[in-house]
Write a protein that binds this ligand. Structure first.
Ligand code: CA
Ligand code: CA
Length: 293
């Protein structure tokens, strides 16, 4: 079920005349969607994905949120420079530590000039897939950082950089697509990065500049999200956006199996437990009143 379908479902459900919180929850439970209701419910309070939101969890337990501060560790002056001058090409690098992704440890990653990271092999495909419905042409565990047809041959374009930073136990593997242009040309460059964290195995996607001056701007032609092998059919996918201009300059998205951050714990308890508590209280009150009579 896509977020759109869920939002649609929620709107439909919440406009039903006799639908109480409990029956809404039951309906969503039946649909196997309470976790996503919790977070998408919050997103519907705003105007959609372009606003701060948390999505997930997917079948493995990953959630994604942009309700975190924007951070960007520029490694264009310090990292290893690769993929300069290319269009659709990949390279691989040692992470420097074991990074766990969908339950498997990797110490090596592959990344393409097109903003896609893959584990256990490479994928240079420029055609970005909808991770919820379609397997990428190479069916690998992948992180679509900003998967689109980028190139680094246009004058002014730079390259991809990678670097392992931090100290043992607390290291980070950064991949930075620096001053990429769209194929075959675009009026303006984009710069973004991903950070893989040792220990927490969190993934941070940070977008410094997603304005390419054309239809690709703001992720309008990109996939952002993660997937495991066969993610489109086993529920192990968490797609933030697909061909939708919802990514902002100076935005960070954290993908994690850790609990979602503070702003959502209140709402989380409301949807997952609070309704139940409120109903129990109401029932107790009714029982008291019945006893009085
Ligand atoms: Ca390309
Ligand atoms: Ca730009």
């Amino acid at each position: 079920m896509t977020r759109f379908q869920v939002r649609k479902k929620l709107r439909k459900a919440s406009t039903g005349k006799t639908l109480t919180g409990f029956s809404l929850r039951k309906k969503l439970l039946k649909a196997g969607f309470v976790a996503t209701f919790t977070v998408v419910g919050a997103a519907t309070l705003t105007t959609g994905q372009a606003q701060a939101a948390t999505i997930g969890a997917d079948a493995y337990g990953y959630t994604a949120t942009d309700e975190i501060p924007y951070t960007f560790q520029d490694i264009s002056g310090t990292g290893t420079r690769v993929l300069n001058g290319v269009d659709d090409s990949s390279t691989s690098a040692n992470v420097g530590f074991n990074f766990n992704f969908y339950g498997t440890n990797y110490n090596n990653v592959s990344f393409s000039s097109n903003g896609l990271i893959s584990f256990g092999g490479s994928n240079s495909n420029f055609v970005n897939a909808n991770l919820t419905t379609t397997s990428p042409s190479v069916n690998l565990p992948s992180i679509a950082v900003l998967w689109d047809d980028w190139q680094f041959f246009q004058p002014g374009a730079d390259a991809v950089y990678y670097q392992t930073t931090g100290t043992a136990g607390n290291r980070q593997f950064i991949t930075q697509w620096n001053l990429a242009n769209g194929f075959s040309s675009s009026p303006s460059t984009v710069t973004f990065q991903s950070v893989l964290f040792e220990g927490s195995n969190d993934i941070l996607l940070s977008y410094q500049d997603v304005d390419s001056g054309d239809f690709r701007s703001l992720g309008g032609d990109s996939t952002v999200g993660i997937r495991d092998v066969n993610g489109q059919s086993n529920g192990r996918n968490l797609q933030w956006s697909f061909n939708s201009p919802v990514i902002r300059n100076a935005e960070s998205i954290r993908i994690s199996t850790q609990p979602v951050p503070e702003p959502f714990t209140i709402l989380g308890s409301l949807t997952a437990g609070g309704i139940g508590v409120a109903l129990r209280r109401k029932r107790q009150q009714q029982e008291k009143e019945t006893a009085k009579v």
